[in-house]
Design a protein around this ligand. Structure first.
Ligand code: TXA
Ligand code: MG
Length: 322
């Protein structure tokens, strides 16, 4: 069910959930101070209760409502990357619902840049807890149609078009004057280090891991198999088709040009080797390939360069079931 901005605000204020657009992926939002609304998120997503939610705020000035500590380092990062695809995990105030933070001593905060959702946050004055608007472990939605297909037509959706970043935000934990990368996203570790003036702390017992980094995150229903070369992918596809008539494949090929021709009956999506472009179209492509109901999705991987790390992370998780 599509709703307008004013209907979305009314529903959220009444303790209902609404799917909202962000620049990364669609979120399933609820008033972050309303515990019965927060419980609905977990129920609809079938998400384990020990996986905390990101709180979306309209302005950096709201951070002290949620975090007990907003260190100079955290402030520098917020100034550099908000509004945008960047989430800060900070020590939580005791007043933050334990449902939002899944009993962690920290809270995750983000000011998103999608204009419709920024308007919603500013006009309503609400802070919105919102995980990605998909069932637990499935592919994240980057259009309103993906949300309706994954969660059902009865979910209220504020349609803000296709998401332009396309994969989930970078998550960074800041405690005192140190930072740690908890999830790769399109804001890279190098960009963060440049603002922080120092590299990430690699491992310390003091900093939390993102509890939601389930290895089976971001999975299409179809099993995914990864390849480093087009020749190997094509050989596998041809061998599969010859060997088992029933085993059909489709492919996602991330490469600048196709160095080898593909057979005419092979369903492929070809994306050029540009990380921002691939991120924007990654989930849309996987949703489309998944809908073909083939036996396997074959993916030609991009290179292991820094700008590709977030995409490689999502593809490796998508492939974990094979
Ligand atoms: O781009 C995004 O981040 C999207 C949009 C909707 O904002 N949201 C999103 O939410 O990807 P979700 O719930 O699918 O992933 C949030 C991740 C989970 O891995 C969760 O464990 C982690 O953030 N997280 C949330 N609060 C945390 C906390 N206090 N400490 C550590 N990790 C936290
Ligand atoms: Mg998610």
């Amino acid at each position: 069910m599509r709703v307008h901005l004013n209907q979305a605000i009314a529903k959220l204020k009444a303790g209902e959930v609404v799917a909202i657009p962000t620049e990364t992926v669609y979120g399933l939002a609820a008033d972050a101070t309303n515990e019965s609304a927060l419980r609905q998120i977990y129920t609809i997503k079938q998400r384990p209760a020990d996986n905390p939610l990101i709180v979306h705020i309209g302005d950096v000035a709201q951070v002290p409502d949620w975090a007990s500590e907003f260190s100079p380092l955290a402030q520098q990062l917020a100034t550099a990357f908000w509004p945008g695809p960047f989430t800060l995990v900070l020590p939580a105030k005791a007043t933050v619902s334990t449902i939002v933070r899944a009993n962690e001593p920290t809270v995750a905060l983000r000011v998103p840049s999608h204009p419709l959702t920024l308007q919603l946050l500013k006009e309503s004055g609400l802070a919105l807890a919102a995980p990605s608007a998909n069932k637990y472990t499935q592919l994240s939605p980057t259009t309103a149609a993906h949300v309706a297909a994954g969660l059902g037509e009865e979910i209220a959706i504020l349609d803000g078009g296709a998401c332009q970043v396309g994969i989930e935000s970078t998550i960074v934990s800041v405690i005192d004057n140190n930072w740690q990368l908890l999830r790769h996203g399109m804001i890279t570790e190098a960009q963060i280090a440049a603002i922080a003036g120092k590299p990430a702390l690699v491992s310390t017992a003091k900093l939390p891991k993102a509890p939601g980094q389930h290895i089976l995150h971001y999975s299409p229903k179809t099993p995914v198999k990864l390849f480093d070369s087009l020749a190997a992918l094509i050989a596998y596809q041809q061998n599969s088709t010859n060997t088992y008539a029933a085993l059909t494949c489709a492919a996602l090929i991330i490469d600048d040009n196709l160095s080898q021709p593909l057979s005419a009956n092979f369903n492929c999506i070809h994306l050029p080797k540009k990380a921002d472009y691939v991120a924007e179209h990654l989930y849309e492509s996987l949703h489309r390939l998944d809908a073909l109901n083939v036996a396997q999705l074959l993916v030609l991987m991009p290179p292991s360069a820094p700008e590709w790390l977030a995409i490689l992370d999502r593809l490796k998780r998508a492939a974990h079931n094979v």
